[in-house]
Design a protein around this ligand. Structure first.
Ligand SMILES: [Zn+2]
Ligand SMILES: [Zn+2]
Length: 124
């Protein structure tokens, strides 16, 4: 299995406000992002933030390191311009690891964990 990286980060207020002011954003801005790269990648983490214009040729990404420092806002084209939409890679050009369509996001469910079940409490 090709799992996705587990790193997550809060979007800095300055980045959020900057992107909120840029016209033509295609998506609702997130307050936090998860790394979109394959797990155990070597370079810094990269998470998708916003894509501009209907053609969506380039996108804004948040880049951060696992150790220290402020996350950085970067603008990069997507990995493959000519990919068919069905398996188009949603990672920035030049990314390490597998393409996004080959990656799996794993849910961190603890073994034995159960979803809460609604049980009406007795009214008497
Ligand atoms: Zn990562
Ligand atoms: Zn790719």
């Amino acid at each position: 299995m090709n799992l996705r990286c587990h790193s997550m980060i809060t979007v800095p207020d300055g980045v959020y406000e900057f992107l909120a002011a840029v016209p033509d954003g295609q998506y609702q801005l997130p307050r936090w992002v998860a790394c979109d790269l394959q797990e155990d990648h070597r370079e810094g983490h990269v998470g998708f933030l916003q894509s501009m214009g209907e053609a969506e040729e380039t996108a804004w990404w948040l880049a951060w390191s696992g150790t220290a420092g402020e996350p950085t806002l970067i603008q990069l084209p997507y990995c493959c311009e000519d990919c068919s939409t069905a398996d188009a890679c949603l990672l920035p050009d030049g990314h390490p690891g597998r393409h996004s369509s080959q990656l799996i996001t794993a849910l961190d469910l603890t073994p034995g964990m159960r979803l809460p079940v609604y049980e009406p409490s007795p009214s008497r």
